[in-house]
Ligand binder design. Sequence first.
Ligand code: URA
Length: 204
Amino acid sequence: QGADPFPAAPPETLEEIAQGIAACRRCPIGCNGTRAVPGEGPARARLLIVGEQPGDSEECAGRPFVGPAGQLLDRHLRQAGLDRASIRLTNAVKHFRFEPRGKRRIHQTPTAGQIDLCRWWLEAERRLVKPDMVLALGASAGRALLGRAPRLADERGTAMRLADGAGLWLTVHPSYLLRLEGAARDREEARFQDDLARLRIMLE
Ligand code: URA
């Protein structure tokens, strides 16, 4: 890793970021043969949503949030009156970390070190997109934005501010909701919806 430092000058366009992440081999995920998934959405957006990393569907499509978690997110965005087309969506980690199991690729959470390394790209994207608000979905996104492990239980629902002045709002990752069933699923989806509804009010 030390042999391949980040360039001294950060990327000046989103296209440069897309090319940079595609060529990035600074951590083992970048070397696993998968394609990097760049952020998607307007180059200047008031809201930036940050997930953890592309999943199996996203790696195949080369686009963020197109699989089951993305579909659930889309439904909640619509319900909260937030228009996906006006939002920029990206991930804390740009490649898909997985464990092969037979023909399947099973998601593996990126390590703190991998998130911290990939943060350089996220910071570059934030500098260009200049969002007013950033929504972090889950602990990996929270870590990438705060530079430390978030305390989701306390910090969820608390408006925070990043060093550049953008607002930060933390909530759970939609994949967490997909793993729940019955009453717990209904309760947590309602809380998630409430987080998005409050975010929409902050954007008004
Ligand atoms: N989960 C994420 O965190 N990001 C995606 O792009 C898809 C699923």
